[in-house]
Design a protein around this ligand. Structure first.
Ligand code: HEC
Length: 206
């Protein structure tokens, strides 16, 4: 019986002490509250439009980097951006940028990064992914695809088609055209006739 009594006595004294120091929930005080879990009340972040000495210009807000396109802003409807004739859904027949050796080299590099895993270095659909069960990768020497306009291939690379996902988010617009230029050289190489080979090199062919 004694134990119970002293237990309650201690409990009551302890409760009064806690309420005395910390106050009731919701009671107002001029003193800062005791903070057991800070709940991210203070964060080392920069507030927009506030001065900040970290950057040389003393502002916390940064200017958008060059080439930033605001979300929801008008995407320029040009063949370069869409692969289509402006204001229509018709694909452009030929790529809308100049073909240069530099562009082709860039296209080769980008093709080898973004397309080879599935379509293979020869574009015949025999990439490494075939070994792992992706059996339906398109052979890009397919007559239908060789005859396809550059604009339609651009659209496939940008947004994907059927089982192929889109690469618009990974490959820049210019690189997509560069890849198409390089893909055309792969297709041409396979379609080539003996007459396309310079005379002095023909002897070396089997
Ligand atoms: C992850 C694998 C994968 C990658 C990477 C990939 N493709 Fe494909 N691609 C496919 C598959 C699968 C198909 C067949 C889609 C179908 O018809 O279902 C296809 C089809 C195509 C077609 C034919 C579309 C049509 O109209 O039938 C083109 C053109 C093409 N790919 C180009 C590219 C180019 C260029 C790249 C590199 C930027 C690329 N692909 C990267 C898997 C891939």
């Amino acid at each position: 019986m004694r134990y119970w009594l002293s237990f309650f006595l201690v409990l009551i004294v302890a409760s009064i002490a806690v309420v005395g120091i910390a106050g009731f929930q919701g009671s107002k005080s001029r003193k800062p509250p005791i903070e057991i879990f800070p709940d991210m009340d203070r964060q080392p972040k920069l507030r927009p439009q506030a001065p900040n000495s970290f950057f040389a210009d003393g502002k916390s807000s940064r200017l958008p980097i060059q080439g930033t396109v605001a979300r929801g802003s008008q995407f320029l409807d040009t063949p370069f951006n869409t692969g289509r004739l402006p204001g229509s859904t018709n694909y452009v027949a030929d790529m809308p940028i100049d073909l240069t050796a530099k562009l082709l080299a860039r296209g080769k590099e980008r093709y080898q990064i973004s397309c080879v895993p599935c379509h293979g270095a020869l574009a015949d659909g025999n990439g490494i992914t075939k070994k792992y069960g992706m059996a339906v990768v398109a052979n890009l020497h397919d007559k239908r695809i060789v005859a396809m306009t550059d604009g339609e291939i651009f659209n496939t690379v940008t947004s994907g088609k059927n089982l192929m996902g889109g690469y618009g988010a990974n490959v820049s617009v210019e690189d997509r055209w560069a890849i198409i230029a390089y893909l055309r050289t792969l297709q041409l190489a396979r379609l080539g006739l003996l007459n396309d080979v310079p005379t002095e090199l023909r002897a070396g062919l089997k």
